[in-house]
Design a protein around this ligand. Structure first.
Ligand code: NAD
Length: 253
């Protein structure tokens, strides 16, 4: 099917399938300036092995090195703004087409775009916690400690090491992940956006939905089973989708 036909088919699916949820990955944020993991050349996996650098083992073994490697990357997300794909998903929720967004991203851009029902299955960068007493603090406190020379950053109450509320490799999954599996029960349409669908257990979520659409620049292991696969940049697809639905996004968002 040609691209205009794909957009028309996606608009039809959105008009006819409720509830519909979106499942997003790092690819939805590349147009906001945040590199994904697996894109050739720019993907982070071409530079670091996240299992070695963003794992619980790495944090426990050498927390100071863990922050040296990861903190600059995480704080760099702060200058980034939602793009048309994030903005369209927020608008589709307000219009009643989309019931919510399940995201693997920790960048917070769905909330910033105005999405209200968001399940951040790999956590977020708003808070951190003490690994010893579980005391909770703003993530900014952790950043300030490291920047002012306290690396690893420590809990002011018990002296334990602070860690971000993101799901590291080897961590248990978040409460949001288990909540997402619940909301997907009865999901009629799942729109996957910008995910290679290779990181488990999230990559198994499409099997809970009746119909699956994939919007991803590169092929995924789910393409064969999907109802519709659009291999294009997400920002363009969502801009065209909103026009097809008669709800065009304003220029520049
Ligand atoms: P991934 O890197 O494995 O796959 C991203 C996919 O997005 C690729 O298949 C690529 O073809 C596609 N893509 C890239 N830019 C695109 C665009 N503009 N439009 C459409 N498709 C595009 O990402 P993943 O599946 O999310 O898994 C990586 C893991 O890394 C996730 O668990 C996530 O938590 C984490 N991560 C998060 C961020 C973030 O918060 N923004 C960034 C990097 C990694």
């Amino acid at each position: 099917m040609e691209y205009p036909g794909q957009i028309a088919a996606l608009a039809d699916l959105l008009r006819n399938c409720r509830p519909c949820y979106a499942l997003t990955g790092a690819g939805i944020s590349t147009e906001s300036g945040i590199p994904d993991f697996r894109s050739p050349g720019t993907g982070l996996w071409t530079k670091y092995d996240p299992i070695k650098t963003a794992s619980l083992t790495a944090l426990r073994r050498d927390p100071a090195k863990f922050y040296e490697i990861n903190l600059t990357r995480w704080t760099s997300y702060r200058g980034c703004r939602p793009n048309n794909a994030h903005l369209a998903l927020a608008r589709l929720e307000k219009l009643g087409y989309v019931a919510g967004v399940i995201t693997q991203n920790i960048d917070g851009l769905h909330r910033e775009a105005g999405s209200r029902r968001v399940w951040e299955v790999h956590g977020h960068l708003r808070t951190c916690r003490c690994m010893k007493c579980a005391g909770s603090y703003p993530f900014d406190l952790l950043v300030e400690r490291v920047k002012s020379g306290q690396n690893p950053p420590l809990c002011e109450k018990c002296g334990g090491v602070l860690r971000p509320d993101v799901v590291l490799f080897e961590d248990r999954m978040s409460d949001d992940f288990f909540a997402a599996t619940q909301v997907l029960t009865g999901c009629q349409l799942l729109i996957v956006v910008g995910s290679s669908l290779t990181v488990y257990p999230v990559a198994g979520l499409p099997q809970l939905a009746r119909r699956v659409v994939i919007i991803n620049r590169d092929p995924t292991p789910w393409d064969e089973q999907a109802e519709l696969v659009i291999r294009r940049m997400a920002g363009q697809v969502f801009t065209d989708l909103m026009t097809a639905l008669g709800e065009p996004l304003e220029i520049g968002g």
